[in-house]
Design a protein around this ligand. Structure first.
Ligand code: ADP
Ligand code: MG
Length: 254
């Protein structure tokens, strides 16, 4: 069940993350400028914005992959921690489409502490299949990674990200190269994950119209935060619509 509070309730085991005055410079350029963002406990937060707005950079800063100024803290069950346990599905993956690596190889490598070339047991396969079934991907277990559609690959990557039992899930543009049916399936799975696990989610997307029913809040980022609120509030924000055009036109630009 979704619970939202300021993270101080010890009964709430969700992750709550507070980012204040976050600035990121890459080379000569200021990419993120004084971003203040509070991800509430157990919330699914969508981050949208034009190409080059700094959405991926924001996720990379949260992951600690790029240097930043400002502060970031997390509160889990009322206990302050520098960084939560994070599951990450990146925007792009350099994949060798001819690689013989299968879905089973990837999932088993994630759940076991031994390389797969030491041999895969029937028990490993059973475990991998069970994990994949939550993501409606168990039928893909013997497929080569290069054979998967965009939507299938996203579900497999999400399954792998969840094997580490993250407290915060970062999903970067799961909609790239995924058809409408695949997208709805993905959003439903994310919503179910949030219901069943103590997890908060930041979802970077360009699918503004499709995402509204599945997220609690939308943040519109363009170097700084331009607008934030419930999907209804953000999608009816006149200043935003004036600057970026109606939501139907955002699809190509974000
Ligand atoms: P988004 O995900 O919103 O499209 P990004 O976070 O990927 O945007 O990029 C934001 C800006 O940062 C872009 O102008 C991009 O060119 C720049 N950028 C990203 N990575 C680097 C880097 N390693 N060095 C210099 N500039 C970068
Ligand atoms: Mg990006």
């Amino acid at each position: 069940m979704l619970s939202q509070n300021n993270g101080t309730d010890p009964a709430c085991r969700h992750c709550c993350i507070r980012i204040e005055g976050l600035c990121v410079s890459l080379g000569e350029n200021l990419i993120l400028d004084k971003v203040d963002l509070h991800v509430h406990c157990g919330e699914v937060l969508a981050v949208v914005g034009p190409n080059g707005a700094g959405k991926t950079t924001l996720l990379r800063a949260i992951l600690g992959e790029v240097p930043y100024r400002g502060s970031m803290s997390s509160l889990i069950g009322g206990v302050e921690r520098r960084r939560p346990k994070i599951g990450y599905v990146p925007q792009k993956l350099q994949l060798d489409l001819d690689s013989p690596v299968s879905v089973a190889d990837l999932v088993i490598a994630a759940i076991r502490h031994r390389p797969v070339w030491f041999g895969v047991t029937a028990r490993d396969m059973g475990k991998a299949k069970k994990i994949l079934s939550v993501f409606l991907a168990d039928h893909l277990i013997n497929r080569r990674i290069g054979e998967l559609s965009g939507g299938e690959l996203q579900r497999v990557l999400l399954a792998i990200a969840m094997t580490a039992k993250p407290e915060l899930l970062l999903l970067d543009e799961p909609s790239s190269g995924v058809d409408q049916k695949g997208l709805v399936l993905f959003y439903q799975i994310v919503r179910d994950l949030r219901e069943q696990h103590d997890i908060s989610v930041i979802l970077v997307t360009h699918d503004l119209s499709g995402i509204a029913a599945y997220v609690d809040r939308i943040v519109f980022l363009n170097k700084s935060i331009v607008a934030q609120g419930s999907p209804e509030e953000v999608l009816s924000n006149d200043a935003l619509l004036g600057a970026f055009g109606p939501p139907g036109q955002w699809k190509g630009m974000v």
